[in-house]
Design a protein around this ligand. Structure first.
Ligand SMILES: [Zn+2]
Ligand SMILES: [Zn+2]
Length: 65
């Protein structure tokens, strides 16, 4: 079986985080910006650690299937 580029992540091995939709933050965006400015922190997405990307579940992060 030849390996193929994973169609889900396009070979990147990562996909947009479904929890924060790739923003790296959860919650209401406007509130997040205010919270970040005021508190010096933000509601960082715990699933992707704020990166906005998570390992592709289809290929396990290898980028090929
Ligand atoms: Zn996330
Ligand atoms: Zn993949």
């Amino acid at each position: 079986m030849a390996k193929d580029t994973c169609p889900r992540c396009d070979g990147d091995g990562t996909i947009k985080c479904p929890t924060c939709k790739g923003s790296g933050h959860v919650g209401i965006p406007i509130i997040s910006e205010v919270a970040e400015a005021v508190l010096g922190t933000s509601d960082e997405c715990t699933r992707c650690d704020g990166s906005g990307e998570v390992r592709c579940p289809n290929c396990g992060g290898k980028g090929e299937v």
